[in-house]
Design a protein around this ligand. Structure first.
Ligand code: BT5
Length: 334
């Protein structure tokens, strides 16, 4: 009889074989032959798949794969993932304090570029400046990716908006023009926040050791599941009218887009992406209030520069700000 670890391996292989059959039933005998196991272990594997909520049709002598559950497991994310480095190592958890903390620990112990940490729930998910990120189970995507860029730390701030661009490219086929990027780290649907990004840098002097980019996406949260204090500003894909989301599919698409955008960024920062960023921006041309450090500037958001800064015009003068907090002050001039 196989050990638990061996059964899990067998189950992964069984899943691959069943999926390749695309709904056609597989005979027990031929499965045992192909997977080099006996029928008892095959049955244990099938039961395990059913426990994992895979829809499997089990007949006395045959078995067919019907549908995969909406789980953020390494198996589901890795299935047909076609990237070179983003997501080739996946650490998947049911519940963690913060995926950024785990990714930081993994990076400190040498994890490769592109390693991701993903969780179904966070008990201490965080945003920027110590703020909270509401991270309930079974609804969201909480993902951190480790990058080891070869450029100096001063070029790192643009990585947040680069990631927002990758998210926008991922959500655009679902949400179309309702989806916008709010500089520097939010993605909105019809003005409500559906995703946020937290970039954390570990550097010595000017040399980057590694960067952890944390991404939180509200996929299936119902409107009344948001805490009262964010209900008026937050949304999810489901709450915005897109209920048929499989989170693992979304993560796979996102990893592909992050890899593409990161390659561009390493070569030329945001220069090749500025037109797309401008088109996705929720701020350009609008009157805004921008708080950065101890400063506040009120003016018109005019542009985004190739390092990811927002360019604000006030009294004919242009100011470039690398990171901050923006609110739109009025709908006049839009
Ligand atoms: C962010 O911060 O938007 C960054 C969020 C990053 C979360 C990911 S999840 C995976 C990884 N692991 C972590 O621990 N974090 C990252 P910020 O711009 O500071 O926005 C935070 C503010 O957004 C809060 O103060 C609330 O007002 C609001 N907020 C909190 N939870 C939200 C949610 N689920 N959806 C929409 N808005 C939320």
């Amino acid at each position: 009889m196989l050990s638990t670890a061996e059964i899990e391996k067998l189950t992964d292989n069984l899943l691959l074989v069943l999926r390749q059959q695309a709904g056609d039933p597989a005979m027990f005998g031929s499965l045992c032959k192909e997977l080099k196991c006996d029928s008892e272990d095959l049955r244990r594997s099938i039961e395990l798949l059913q426990q994992w909520e895979y829809a499997i049709d089990l007949q006395p002598d045959r078995v067919s794969f019907l549908a995969a559950p909406d789980l953020l497991t390494a198996t589901e994310i890795g299935y047909e993932l076609d990237t070179e480095f983003c997501g080739t190592n996946i650490a998947a958890y049911r519940s963690v304090k913060s995926t950024n903390d785990i990714a930081t620990q993994l990076a400190q112990s040498g994890a490769a570029e592109g390693t991701i940490v993903v969780a179904d729930e966070q008990t201490a998910g965080r945003g920027r400046l110590g703020r909270q990120w509401h991270s309930p189970p079974n609804t969201g995507i909480y993902l951190s990716i480790i990058l080891r860029p070869n450029f100096d730390a001063e070029k790192a701030p643009g990585l947040s908006i680069m990631t927002a661009l990758a998210l926008a490219e991922t959500l655009k086929p679902i949400c179309g023009d309702r989806m916008k990027i709010k500089w520097p780290n939010d993605v909105l649907i019809s003005g409500l926040k559906v995703a946020g990004i937290l970039t954390e840098l570990t550097a010595e002097r000017e040399k980057i050791n590694f960067v952890v980019i944390g991404i939180g996406i509200n996929a299936k949260t119902k409107r009344d599941q948001f805490p009262k204090d964010i209900r008026a500003i937050a949304t999810s894909l489901t709450a915005s009218g897109y209920p048929n989301i499989r989170r693992a599919d979304l993560v796979r698409e996102l990893l592909t887009n992050i890899e593409n955008e990161y390659r561009l960024y390493c070569a030329e920062q945001l220069s090749p992406s500025l037109d797309r960023l401008r088109a996705y921006s929720s701020l350009l041309g609008r009157p805004i209030k921008l708080a950065f450090g101890q400063n506040i500037i009120e003016g018109i958001a005019r542009d985004i520069s190739s390092d990811g800064s927002l360019i604000v015009e006030k009294d004919g003068l242009l100011t470039s700000v690398v990171s901050g907090e923006v609110s739109v002050t009025s709908e006049r001039d839009c």
